[in-house]
Every structure is written in structure tokens, then in C-alpha cells.
Design a protein around this ligand. Structure first.
Ligand code: PBG
Length: 328
């Protein structure tokens, strides 16, 4: 039946009706709030390119987690800024590493949190790459895949032992999920799930994060391990392989410029799907809002709703607290 019998606007005329027929709903439970942990006590250092985001010492992280939890956001992902970096990423896997310490403090002080540990080496390597670097000549180098795997596995085990509930490898080395699963199982950590950053693209939208986490590569870029943004079919293959290696959940990252990848992954795989609204996505919205060029609150909710509508079950976002406040 077409117009005039059918009038699409009937279901849009009242907010009560609009909300009854709304197909996609956001709630604070599907949001994950990222925290950047730095050394010291009482430190809350604003990240220049991410207004509203700060590096937090673990006591400040506890306060932040309490506030997030009071708003209904109980899932956190932790990144670390270690005191020292080296060529074997000691800070990533040592038992008194910066994230390990914060995880213990958060678990002790704030009951009911779900902690996700980002498993990557770039923040802990002096060269800022996500894997072991081998010089192949005076000017050439290689990111060594297989030599990186035991370090990632060791990091995942150490994080889980410190109280992290879910480990999330974001390095994009081949075979890391299997290596991590094996190591967790050998250490009586059979119930620790793996959330794999399976389809992680080499993106310019990570720019502000590298300032926040002090993790910019000192030479070269990440294009030999992170995916080419032009590839959708290859993203499906990455996800398939990570699931075959034992990933429990998978992630697409970034989110907004890759909604088609999220939708394709949703259609194809019946596992929980996460999407990361990354630092550059956050920074763009904050910058436009600060200039009064967009309505900040509406743009935040619209972008998160789009990511959910595309098929993500879980959204990692620096807006987690803001969104939870608006949804309350
Ligand atoms: C670590 C990692 C990065 C992000 C999450 N984990 C940075 C990168 O790959 O360079 C980016 C998150 C963001 O931009 O918000 N490898």
C-alpha cells in the first residue's frame, strides 16, 4: 500500500512512538572506557590532542573507574605508559608493570569492574613498534613476527595473573591468538577470554592515541603489520583465522570509517563483535564541538548508534562516560 494509505511519518510524529519503534538502542553496558595509566601518585595529565582524556596514575585511575562505574560503565580497557622502555618490552610483561599494578589496584578498590588488558608492545618498546625489530641493513629493518609471539604470550599471562579479565591483542602479528591461548591454558588461565583486534587497519585516526600512550614508532610506520584500509575481504579472512586460533570475540578498528567492515563481520560471524571508536574519531568530534560547529551530545550519540546499528555488540569509546550520562 502506497501513499496516501501509507504514511511513514505516522510513526515519527510523537517521541513516545518514535522510541517504541527504535531499532537500535545504546546502553552503558555495551561501552568500554579506555584508561591510560602512568607512573606516580595524584597524576592527571591531560592529553593535548584528546581534550577530556588524561594520563592517570593508578590512584587517579581508581577515582575515574569509580565514577564510570557509578554511571553504569563497568568495563575498562587499560593502556600503560611505563617509566622505562627497552628493546624487549620488559614493561609489558613484568609482574610489577604499570598496567599490572593498576589492574591490582582497580580490582581491590572498585568491585564489579571488568578489566580488559590491551596486549601490545608498542608502548613498551624503545622504538615504538608493536613487535621485535631486527635490523637487516644500515637502513632497513624488519618487524619479526615469530620472535614477537612469546613476548605477547608472556604479556597476556602476566596481565591475566594481575587480575585482567579479558586479554585483547592489538599487535597484528600472525599467530598471536594461538600463542596467547596456549600460554594462558598452560598457566591455568583457561577461562580468560581473548578479544582479538582481528581487523585492525593501519589508520591515521590513531594519531592522538600515540600521543596519549607515547607509542609513536620512532622510524617507519605500521603498514607491514596493520591492515590496508582498502581491504574488506582480507578483514574477513583475518577474523576467520583469529577465530580458528581460538579468539572468543573479535574487534574491528577504527569504527566510523569502517562501518561496512563491521556490518560484513556481523553478517558472517556469530561471535561477539567489538568496534573501537578511536582517538582520531574522538578528537574530530571534540574539536568541532569546541568550535560550536556541531552539537556535541547529539553527534556522540549518533556516531555510537551508527556503530551499534552496523552490528557491533561492544563499543570501545573515550565518550563512554559522556554517553552513559546522556543515556541515564
Ligand atoms: C596499540 C594500540 C593502538 C590503539 C589501540 N591499541 C595504537 C596503534 O596501533 O598505533 C589505537 C587506539 C586509538 O587510536 O584510540 N597498538
Amino acid at each position: 500500500m502506497a501513499f496516501p494509505v501509507t504514511r511513514m511519518r505516522r510513526l515519527r510524529s510523537l517521541e513516545g512512538v518514535r522510541s517504541l519503534v527504535r531499532e537500535t538502542r545504546l546502553s552503558p553496558e555495551c561501552l568500554v572506557y579506555p584508561l591510560f595509566i602512568c607512573p606516580g601518585q595524584g597524576v592527571r595529565k591531560e592529553v593535548r590532542s584528546m581534550p577530556g582524556v588524561a594520563n592517570l596514575s593508578d590512584d587517579e585511575a581508581v577515582k575515574e573507574a569509580r565514577e564510570a562505574a557509578s554511571l553504569g560503565v563497568t568495563a575498562l580497557i587499560l593502556f600503560g605508559l611505563p617509566e622505562k622502555k627497552d628493546e624487549v618490552a620488559t614493561g609489558a610483561w613484568s609482574d610489577d608493570g604499570i598496567v599490572q599494578q593498576a589492574a591490582r589496584a582497580l580490582k581491590r578498590e572498585v568491585p564489579g569492574l571488568t578489566l580488559i588488558g590491551d596486549v601490545c608492545l608498542c608502548e613498551y618498546m624503545s622504538h615504538g613498534h608493536c613487535g621485535v625489530v631486527r635490523k637487516t641493513s644500515a637502513t632497513e629493518y624488519e618487524i619479526e613476527n615469530d620472535a614477537t609471539l612469546p613476548i605477547l604470550a608472556r604479556t597476556a599471562v602476566s596481565l591475566a595473573k594481575a587480575g585482567v579479565d579479558i586479554v585483547a591483542p592489538s599487535d597484528m602479528m600472525d599467530g598471536r591468538v594461538a600463542a596467547i591461548r596456549t600460554a594462558l591454558d598452560q598457566n591455568e588461565l583457561r577461562n580468560t577470554p581473548i578479544l582479538s583486534y582481528a581487523a585492525k587497519f593501519a589508520s591515521a585516526f590513531y594519531g592522538p592515541f600515540r600521543e596519549a600512550a607515547d607509542s609513536a614508532p620512532q622510524f617507519g610506520d605500521r603498514r607491514s603489520y596493520q591492515m590496508d584500509g582498502a581491504n574488506l575481504r582480507q578483514a574477513m579472512r583475518e577474523i576467520e583465522l583469529d577465530l580458528a586460533e581460538g579468539a572468543d570475540m573479535v574487534m574491528v578498528k577504527p569504527a566510523l570509517p569502517y562501518l561496512d567492515v563491521i556490518a560484513a563481520a556481523r553478517a558472517r560471524f556469530d561471535v561477539p563483535l567489538a568496534a573501537y571508536q578511536v582517538s582520531g574519531e574522538y578528537a574530530m568530534i571534540q574539536a568541532a564541538a569546541q568550535n560550536n560547529w556541531v552539537d556535541r551530545e547529539r553527534v556522540i550519540l549518533e556516531s555510537l548508534t551508527s556503530i551499534k546499528r552496523a552490528g557491533a555488540d561492544i563499543i570501545l569509546t573515550y565518550f563512554a562516560k559522556d554517553a552513559a550520562k546522556m543515556l541515564a
